[in-house]
Design a protein around this ligand. Sequence first.
Ligand SMILES: Nc1nc2c(ncn2[C@@H]2O[C@H](COP(=O)(O)OP(=O)(O)OP(=O)(O)O)[C@@H](O)[C@H]2O)c(=O)[nH]1
Ligand SMILES: Nc1nc2c(ncn2[C@@H]2O[C@H](COP(=O)(O)OP(=O)(O)OP(=O)(O)O)[C@@H](O)[C@H]2O)c(=O)[nH]1
Ligand SMILES: [Mg+2]
Ligand SMILES: [Mg+2]
Lengths: 300, 291
Amino acid sequence: ILSKGFNNAKAALTGHAVLTPQNIDDAVREIRVSLLEADVEVGVSRVFLDRVKERAIGEVVTLETKSGAKKLTTTPGEHFVLICHNEIEKLLGPVEEAPIVFRRPYTIIMMVGLQGTGKTTTAAKLASYLKADGRRPMLVAADIYRPAAVEQLQQLGLRVGVPVYAAPGLAPEQLCQDALREAKKKKRDVVIFDTAGRLAIDDVLMTELEEIKRRTRPDNTFLVCDAMAGQDTVRTASEFNRRLDITGFILTKIDGDARGGAALSIKEVTGKPIKFLGVGEGLDRLEPFRPEGLASRILG
Amino acid sequence: RASLWGRLKELIERKPTIDAALYGQLEEALLSADLGVSLVGRLLKDIRARPATSGGGIDGVRTALKAKVLEALNATGADDAPLFDSGATPTVILFVGVNGVGKTTTIGKIAALCRARQKSVVLAAGDTFRAAAVEQLAVWAERTGSALIRGETGADPASVIFNAVNHAKEAHADIVLADTAGRLHTKSDLMDEIKKVKRAAGKARSGAPDHTWLVVDATTGQNALQQAREFHQALGLSGVILTKLDGTAKGGVVVAIADAVKLKVRFVGVGEKPDDLRPFVATSFVDALFA
Ligand SMILES: Nc1nc2c(ncn2[C@@H]2O[C@H](COP(=O)(O)OP(=O)(O)OP(=O)(O)O)[C@@H](O)[C@H]2O)c(=O)[nH]1
Ligand SMILES: Nc1nc2c(ncn2[C@@H]2O[C@H](COP(=O)(O)OP(=O)(O)OP(=O)(O)O)[C@@H](O)[C@H]2O)c(=O)[nH]1
Ligand SMILES: [Mg+2]
Ligand SMILES: [Mg+2]
């Protein structure tokens, strides 16, 4: 289903035999509306559309020089929309062969992000996914702040059939370190740290994450982001990335109707890959990321 | 790192005339605050249409813009019934919204506010679905000295709310704060469920709930407008609570919500502690938006 922006873009190019710098401008303006409505960050939209424009004009030039030998098989409007779609897919991708880095004797996954994005639920989903894949995951309840956070992870752990390490009274950096000893003892081969939600501007709590990272050297640091996040996502994602060098991000609540433009912004600004999508509250509702679906959704 | 308005101010100082480039910058600043492309387009169009005599240069434009945003925030929606002493007892407030926005935490804060005014509070554990949702609310009940009414895991949330309101009536409690499970407005079975929860409150005490508040996360983009539309259509909302305003997101989508759905913000959440709640003051919000 094409959004109004897309149809307007195509309309702007109707009646034109070929894409020119002039008529491309009108189409770009329409696509910009679509991207902004999809929550793509303002600066990212601008950079992205400059790239699309450059490519569209570039392609027009090649078509013109080959016009004797080549015939346009689509209308300029459709061609332009195809370029946009293609560029978004390129930006969101590539799809990785292996979203999770594995290491012997165990691999560590650290979940981080703002409050309420779905870290705890996603940690349990990952445990379920890895268990189905024949691995022996362990969950670590490193959120010592939120009321009943440990209970939440323990209940989810029971549901998945995966052990949960908790240590009342320990600071998260110590707790995570102790969890690794426990993992070795219990021969668990994936350790997943569920950390408390925090603001990127909270220096004390961001330092806590840096300390967990320093002591445990996680192989995977996943930033968990809400698909409905707006313009400010770029700021929080770049700050989490700057301080922790995230290895990728997970977009949750994709089962809603948020367009998910934040994904494009985060990818563009951090360069880090999208690993998984959270597509529901159930513990089996986790999918490895594929760019095509998200690209169509962002474009509307 | 300079704020967008800060950088804008620099640009403006170097270039005192208002031109297309400046309007482009103003547009970007407003869009960055999540006001949304169609509302921003309208605001700027209205500003450009001002008579030339309204002068004031860039400060004039900024003042006019702030006034327009304030107008959108205030000119809509009835003022909510007062939180306390609205006549009916117990006062019943229903909290709804999508997943993870801060409903349960906000209830804890409102409970603290009520308790500070010597009001007796009953918390209704209407999230019978999510892992440890009831336990989470139980901690807030203990923290604030509020009673907690809960059901079995997986119980019908409508029955929990019904029981809570009845309990509050019998105990002569002042206020019932009803927690509900997070739900995406795109799930029709969950939207049917929340309608049922609202009806159950009305069955337990005629006219309840007195307030139905949509909790919105300040980090949310344009989807919050859709959330407001859907929840309002389903339930008839009486206000919005904007959470997580202690972060860097400005929550500008509430201006779009006020403008399009005619709903006002009642309180803002500014942190995770019991006293991190402020009544919404439109002028301070607009000042922060343009800071
Ligand atoms: N519909 C939907 N809901 C989700 C998804 N992922 C998480 N949730 C819900 O989002 C809410 C928040 O999830 P949590 O796992 O508690 O989030 P969190 O990031 O751990 O929260 P904090 O620890 O407080 O920062 C819960 O109601 C979850 O069930 C998803 O992919 N789809
Ligand atoms: N920084 C900040 N965090 C908040 C605020 N309000 C809530 N939170 C946090 O956001 C997270 C989610 O809060 P909850 O109260 O569990 O949200 P909820 O809407 O009840 O979530 P579900 O019931 O799972 O849908 C928790 O970590 C809260 O501490 C706020 O105003 N500021
Ligand atoms: Mg959590
Ligand atoms: Mg809750």
